[in-house]
Design a binder for this molecule. Structure first.
Ligand code: GDP
Length: 295
């Protein structure tokens, strides 16, 4: 994960090797390399620029840890800045409702159905949670089948209604079913299309208004780089979602989505998907990810 970025940042820090202190000159050279590494990882230009400006002002500021060598200091400052960029603290999911309703949104193929299953499994393993999955993709019968397969695999009930072509009605009925059957979490999987279009946005917004979820999670494929960030923007404009789920981080992704999304939509990444299996999911901790990037 992010191997290229790690390598390039490491190279950037080498610039400071042998220097006794940080100066305007050597820091400018280092940060030029850092910025290049971020841009190569598909971080957008504005974010990369703000990032290096912030590191620069801290490095040249008064309150730096002078006991550290310039190289070590720069690693620390970049690590802290990466953590901040990715959201600072880990962000939880609101499970206070009874039932807590969690709405999944995102493009087709982003990993919504898979993550719905992973989240249900994750919560089920907490013992106090008895989740229900609700299938609202009325356009692709295979999508309903897929959710049933997932539900069976993890031992979680699935609500669907193949006779009904209205996703809003299904979502509402799913929540009612959960209430009547003692499910304290409802995870609503929705239809996505290949690109952002008005109809999909209207539908997800109608579902959102009808079930008033505790959490709306935007699911996005980390391999799609800057497109991921633009899609996040479009969904956030309509849904004002609560968090991002970044999938497929096990792939050969450069890292731009993970690094830019928080600064663009100001919503935290809550979970990451790291494989196709139901247990390939992790709570997202910005500081751990920063540690991983810097090795
Ligand atoms: P949806 O259309 O948004 O519901 O997407 P799916 O859940 O059907 O996922 C699309 C494809 O991506 C499927 O083949 C999944 O197995 C795969 N997938 C989902 N999440 C991950 C992940 O974290 N890592 C990998 N490698 N594949 C994933």
């Amino acid at each position: 994960m992010f191997d290229n970025l790690s390598e390039k940042l490491d190279k950037a820090f080498h610039v400071l090797k042998g220097h006794g202190q940080i100066t305007e000159v050597n820091i400018a050279e280092t940060l030029k390399e850092v910025r290049r590494a971020l841009l190569d990882a598909d971080v957008n230009f504005k974010t990369a620029k703000e990032f290096t400006n912030s590191v620069k002002s801290k490095a040249l500021g008064q309150d730096v840890l002078t006991s550290l060598k310039p190289g070590q200091l720069m690693v620390k400052l970049v690590k802290d800045e990466l953590t901040e960029l990715m959201g600072g603290e880990a962000a939880g999911v609101d499970l206070s409702g009874n039932p807590s309703v969690i709405l999944m949104a995102g493009l087709q193929g982003s990993g919504k159905t898979t993550f719905s299953g992973k989240l249900a499994n994750f919560l089920k393993n907490k013992k106090t949670k008895n989740p229900l999955l609700v299938a609202c993709d009325v356009y692709r019968p295979a999508a309903i089948d897929q959710l049933h397969v997932v539900g069976e695999q993890i031992g979680v009930s699935v609500y669907s209604d193949r006779e009904n072509s209205d996703p809003v009605a299904i979502a509402k009925a799913g929540v009612d079913y959960a209430k009547a059957n003692g499910h304290n979490v409802v995870i609503v999987d929705t239809a996505g299309r290949l690109a952002v279009d008005e109809l999909m946005m209207k539908e997800i917004s109608n579902i959102h208004n009808a079930i008033n979820p505790n959490e709306t999670l935007f699911v996005v494929d980390s391999m799609t780089g800057q497109d991921a960030v633009n899609t996040a923007k479009s969904f956030n404009d309509v849904l004002d979602f609560d968090g991002v789920i970044l999938t497929k981080l096990d792939g050969d992704t450069r890292g731009g989505a993970a690094l830019s999304i928080k600064s663009v939509v100001n919503k935290p990444i809550k979970f990451i998907g790291t494989g196709e299996k139901m247990d390939a999911v992790d709570v997202f901790y910005p500081s751990r990810m920063a540690d991983r990037i810097l090795g």
